[in-house]
Design a protein. Structure first.
Length: 409
C-alpha cells in the first residue's frame, strides 16, 4: 500500500473526541499510548493499514513517556541497539517533515565518563563496533571531556567516550506528534480506556475487552511499557518485564546559566545530567537500591548517592538544591534489552516493550519494525534476537539466549 501524507496541524487533536464510541472492530489494536505505541500506530496508518485502533487507559504519554527530556543516541555495545538508535536518530532529525512536529531535538552529543581502564576497554570495544556501523563516536582524553563539559573534573577520569550526533528531545511532544499524524491518516485513538482482557481461540487473537466494551480484532500489538507483563498474561503470552522506578531532579534556572553541554553520564555510578533547554539542568541516577514496583511518587533519597558521585566527577553539581522532579517507570527485562516480535503461541499477538530506558530513543525505528512484522515484510534490521522467547528454557540454543547491553544507565 502506498504511504499517505501524514503532515498535520498542531491544533488537531491527538485523540478521539471525549465520549466517542468504541468501534465494533479493528484490523489491529495497539495497546499503550506512550511513544512506542504512538510510533507503531503512525507507521501502520501511514502504510495504509485500515482501522488502526490505539487504546490508552489514561492520557497520551502519561506513563514513562511523560518525562520532560529524553536522550537519543546510537552509542551502544550491541549492534542491534546501534542499528535501532541510528535509524531513530535520522527519524528524529526529520520529524518536522515526517510526521510533522517539533520535538525540540538538540544534538548536543553524549559523553560517557570513564573512571578506570576496565571501563575504557569496554567502551573501546563499543566504539569499534559503532564506527564499523557508521556512528562517529570516539574515545577522548579527560581534558577533552572537560572541554566539552566544564562541570567535569578531568583528574577523576581515565578517559571518556563521545558521540557528537546524539542528544536529547521532548518525549511528550513526540507522542502527540505521532498521534496527531496517525489520526490524520485514519487511525483512532481512545484514551481513558483500559484493556481488561484479550480473547483468543484456535491459537489466534479474536477480540480485546476494555472498560468501554469489546472490539473484534485479529491482531494486537502490546506496547504497554511497564504494564506489559499483565497484558501478555491476558493472551497467555509471557513477557518478562518488571517495573522499576527511575527519578530525575530539576534545578530550575541557574545563575550563571549552564553552558551548552552534552548529555553527560558517569558510567561507573550512572550519575547523569544535561541541560533542560530553559537555563537549568536535569539531574539523574539509577539508584541500585530501588526495588521493583509500580510506585511513581517523586522522592529525594537517591540524591544522596547522586551527590556522592558528583563530588568525584562533577563537584559543582554536588550541592545543587533541586526545585522539583519527576518519577517514572523503566520497563526492565532480565538482560536490559527490548522485547520485539510476535508470539509463536498466539498468532498476531505482537509486542514491543521492555526497553529498559531505551524506548524513547528507539521508538521511530521500532515503529517501522513492528509495521513490517505486521505486514509480513522484512524489517530494515533483524530483530529476532530480541524475541521474548530468548528467556525461555532452552532458548540459548534456539535463539541465542540473553543479550546483555553494556552501555546502559
Amino acid at each position: 500500500m502506498a504511504p499517505r501524507d501524514a503532515r498535520t496541524s498542531p491544533a488537531e487533536s491527538p485523540v478521539d473526541p471525549s465520549g466517542a464510541q468504541l468501534p465494533a472492530s479493528a484490523q489491529v489494536v495497539v495497546i499503550g499510548g506512550g511513544v512506542i505505541g504512538a510510533a507503531i500506530a503512525f507507521h501502520l496508518a501511514e502504510a495504509g493499514v485500515r482501522d488502526v485502533l490505539l487504546l490508552e487507559r489514561d492520557a497520551p504519554a502519561s506513563g514513562s513517556s511523560g518525562k520532560p527530556v529524553g536522550g537519543v543516541r546510537a552509542q551502544f555495545s550491541d549492534p542491534l541497539n546501534i542499528a535501532l538508535g541510528q535509524r531513530s536518530l535520522r527519524a528524529w532529525r526529520d520529524f518536522r517533515e515526517r510526521p510533522g512536529a517539533d520535538v525540540g531535538l538538540d544534538p548536543v552529543g553524549y559523553l560517557f565518563l570513564l573512571g578506570d581502564e576496565e571501563a575504557v576497554e569496554t567502551f573501546r570495544d563499543g566504539v569499534r563496533t559503532q564506527n564499523a556501523l557508521g556512528v562517529p563516536s570516539r574515545i577522548i582524553t579527560p581534558a577533552e571531556a572537560a572541554g566539552l563539559c566544564p562541570y567535569v573534573d578531568p583528574s577523576s577520569l581515565a578517559a571518556a567516550a563521545y558521540s557528537p550526533e546524539d542528544g536529547h528531545a521532548l518525549p511528550g511532544a513526540a507522542v502527540l506528534g505521532y498521534l496527531r499524524a496517525a489520526r490524520a491518516l485514519g487511525a483512532r485513538v481512545r484514551t481513558g480506556c483500559a484493556v481488561t482482557g484479550i480473547e483468543t481461540s484456535g491459537g489466534a487473537v479474536r477480540a480485546v475487552r476494555t472498560t468501554a466494551g469489546s472490539v473484534r480484532t485479529g491482531a494486537v500489538v502490546c506496547a504497554a511499557g511497564a504494564w506489559s507483563a499483565a497484558v501478555g498474561e491476558m493472551a497467555g503470552v509471557t513477557l518478562p518485564v518488571v517495573p522499576l522506578r527511575r527519578q530525575i531532579a530539576l534545578t530550575g534556572p541557574l545563575r550563571p546559566a549552564p553552558p551548552r553541554i552534552p548529555f553527560t553520564i558517569d558510567y561507573g555510578s550512572t550519575l547523569y545530567f544535561h541541560g533542560d533547554g530553559a537555563g537549568g539542568l536535569v539531574l539523574g541516577l539509577s539508584d541500585e537500591r530501588q526495588q521493583p514496583g509500580f510506585g511513581r511518587d517523586f522522592s529525594t533519597e537517591w540524591l544522596e548517592p547522586f551527590r556522592e558521585a558528583a563530588r568525584l566527577r562533577a563537584p559543582a553539581l554536588a550541592d545543587l538544591d533541586p526545585v522539583g522532579g519527576w518519577a517514572g517507570l523503566y520497563e526492565v527485562t532480565p538482560d536490559r534489552n527490548a522485547l520485539i516480535g510476535e508470539a509463536p503461541s498466539v498468532g498476531r499477538f505482537l509486542y514491543a516493550t521492555g526497553f529498559s530506558g531505551h524506548g524513547f530513543l528507539q521508538a521511530p525505528a521500532v515503529g517501522e519494525v513492528v509495521r513490517d512484522l505486521f505486514l509480513g515484510r522484512e524489517p530494515f534490521t533483524d530483530v529476532s534476537a530480541f524475541s521474548a522467547g530468548r528467556f525461555a528454557e532452552g532458548a540459548a540454543e534456539a535463539v541465542g539466549g540473553a543479550r546483555p547491553e553494556a552501555h546502559i544507565i
